[in-house]
Design a binder for this molecule. Sequence first.
Ligand code: GRF
Length: 208
Amino acid sequence: MSEPLTLGVLASGRGSNFQSIIDSIESGALNARIAVLITDNPGAYALERAAKHNIEALIIRPRDFPDKDAYYSHIAGELGKRGVELVILAGFMRVVGKALIEKYPNRIMNIHPALLPSFPGLHGQKQAVDYGVKISGCTVHFVDEGVDTGPVIIQAAVPVYHDDTEETLSERILREEHRIFPEAIRLYAEGRISVEGRKVIIAGRGRD
Ligand code: GRF
């Protein structure tokens, strides 16, 4: 088997997506290792998950830096030092700065709880419920400088019912998030993902 892909994970909160990646690695489904968890939130539950799985964790807060550039340059440096090849945003609640994106072009993945380009930004699930759509879902995409605008890697759809609340829809979407995020990372680790402009091509998956 080839060398495991080195990941760096950024998370701000509960970290259930972080956990799904840990679980995929531990079960052998994903040939990767997580070199570091970085959080902007000292209260993030993701920190406990990291401790439990012996993953190094760093708390790096924007307020300790003069500006956004300095903050993301520092994060990029910490990731670089650890040989991180792919950066995973697993519920990282900030718009990532240029300094990090330029160091990892098309090498930062995010998961968004809606079918982009519908309902970007915060509360994608609530936006879907309020709009009254019948189908929503989640999207794994590469990160560019916009808000949820980068090239789409994988999407999964779920039904939206008339009596759904933000909570019930979030739960249904989350189950799919936990499936497609590790899957997207696996495709990357297998060298099967390439990007042409806005389009992500997955080798060996239909019509190629
Ligand atoms: C998920 O809904 C994800 O789509 C969004 O933030 C939430 C993070 O949840 N980007 P968790 O921290 O991974 O449990």
